[in-house]
Design a protein around this ligand. Structure first.
Ligand SMILES: [Zn+2]
Length: 438
């Protein structure tokens, strides 16, 4: 296949692009069994002017023929930790366990997370995400004192610097126990509101969970904040904080958006409890994000010579069937919670396809890395391809799902505002000086 050479003018025509039904709302076309249709796309002044079924009989000699290559909207990554990213060389997880991750990260944060350290690693992460085709990203920020005073200003600065390339959002991350410090928590909620952030917490089973959740919801309502939780990242059947969050949302009549990550334990619980929880989650309007790579890494890792038996992911099929909005996202990258990863949402989708069976049929699963997280993040017009919208998309080599998901597609072409970006993945060596003294 000849190389695709896009002009830098922001205006051109693409012929025979293969687009997916789930990411092209309103497109009147015949889609095949895999959800694909061949279309022609007109781009003018950085925006999509028209998408229409491919019409070879009216072929425009000036159009760039993609010969059936897949074109997807740019990705939206709704759950990451770019404040932790890339600390692995100086602070590895000694045994790959969840407690090992907590301890190692805690030690690293206390010793090393200056504003400069956090900023440089964040920037590295954003450059990777951008080069891979991500246009919006939500990160959690470790927000227990004194880190809150360091990381939130770094985030605000980074959001400004990345404006127009990556829409950056942040969530405060603290253990639910931290909410017991009522005055401090109120200050944190104010800080988050001042930064136009999202209020969050890690929930697990503590005796006063309902009261603590009430405090979180009251703060969110008082400050007009959306919510984002880490819930039940464990195999314990007794971990039901997802249900507790849904109950709290119903109790408070909460009208903002609530995203809940992980929910691993749900997959271990008896059917009747699962159904009860899912009913409440649907009624409360919660959305769920699964983090398949991190779950596969941390869950069911035992140190007794046994092989892991379950995948660690939550019940996305059952949730989607009930109309619960579901996404998948990167989560951690090269830190003690996950030794690998590069904020490449194609990798996340590829892994999700294998771990969660996003195939046969593919149905509308592609929304999980684009349109659905965009809606959760209140990003109007992101995660879809449509006339009038920005020309933000990725041209792949693959022409079918099996071609797309079998190779890394490192030569994908990322187009932003109608122009091919020139971004390259940053070199790991750039961070070497931060890793000294490991
Ligand atoms: Zn997370």
């Amino acid at each position: 296949m000849a190389a695709i050479d896009l002009p830098s003018s922001g205006s051109f025509k693409l012929a025979n692009a293969r687009v997916h039904s789930s990411l092209t709302p309103g497109l009147a076309s015949q889609f095949d069994g895999d959800g694909f249709a061949l279309v022609d796309i007109d781009v003018a002044d950085g925006r999509i002017k028209r998408i229409a079924p491919a019409a070879p009989e009216r072929a425009d000699a000036t159009a760039i023929d993609l010969k059936g290559r897949i074109v997807l909207s740019c990705f939206v990554d709704c759950h990451t930790h770019i404040d932790k990213g890339h600390i692995w060389p100086r602070r590895p997880n000694p045994d790959g366990s969840f407690p090992g991750a907590l301890d190692a990260t805690d030690a690293d944060r206390r010793a090393r997370w200056t504003a400069e350290d956090v900023a440089r690693r964040m920037d590295f992460s954003l450059r990777s995400a951008y080069a891979h085709g991500t246009k919006a990203l939500r990160t959690h920020l470790d927000s227990a004192a004194p880190q809150d005073a360091i990381s939130w200003p770094v985030f605000e600065d980074m959001r400004e610097r990345w404006k127009g390339r990556i829409e950056l959002q942040a969530v405060s991350l603290i253990g639910i126990d931290g909410v017991r410090e009522a005055d401090w928590f109120e200050q944190l909620a104010k800080r988050v509101a001042a930064a136009r952030g999202v209020l969050g917490a890690v929930t697990y089973m503590v005796p006063d969970l309902d009261e603590l959740l009430d405090r979180v919801f009251r703060a969110a309502i008082a400050h007009g904040l959306d919510l984002d939780f880490h819930a039940d990242e464990t195999d314990s059947v007794d971990a039901v904080s997802l249900r507790k969050i849904a109950e709290a949302a119903l109790r408070h009549g909460f009208e903002g958006k609530i995203l809940v990550g992980h929910c691993c334990s749900l997959a271990r619980q008896p059917e009747h409890r699962v159904l009860d929880t899912l009913d409440k989650v649907a009624r409360a309007g919660l959305a769920v994000v699964s983090l398949p790579m991190c779950n596969l890494y941390l869950q069911d890792r035992r140190h007794d010579g046994t092989t892991p038996r379950w995948r660690g992911v939550t019940l996305l099929h059952e949730m989607k069937a009930r109309g619960i909005p579901v996404s998948v996202a990167s989560d951690n990258t090269r830190d003690p919670f996950y030794a690998y990863g590069d904020l490449d949402m194609l990798e996340v989708y590829r892994m999700a396809t294998r771990i969660l069976h996003f195939d046969h049929p593919v149905a509308d699963w592609p929304k999980t890395v684009a349109a659905t997280p965009a809606e959760m993040m209140r990003l109007d017009g992101a995660g879809v391809l449509q006339a009038g919208g920005p020309a933000d998309f990725i041209i792949f080599k693959g022409r079918s799902w099996t071609e797309l998901l079998s190779r890394p597609e490192t030569d994908r072409i990322v187009v932003r505002d109608g122009k091919p970006i020139k971004a390259e993945l940053p070199d790991y060596a750039e961070l070497d000086d931060l890793m000294v003294g490991a």
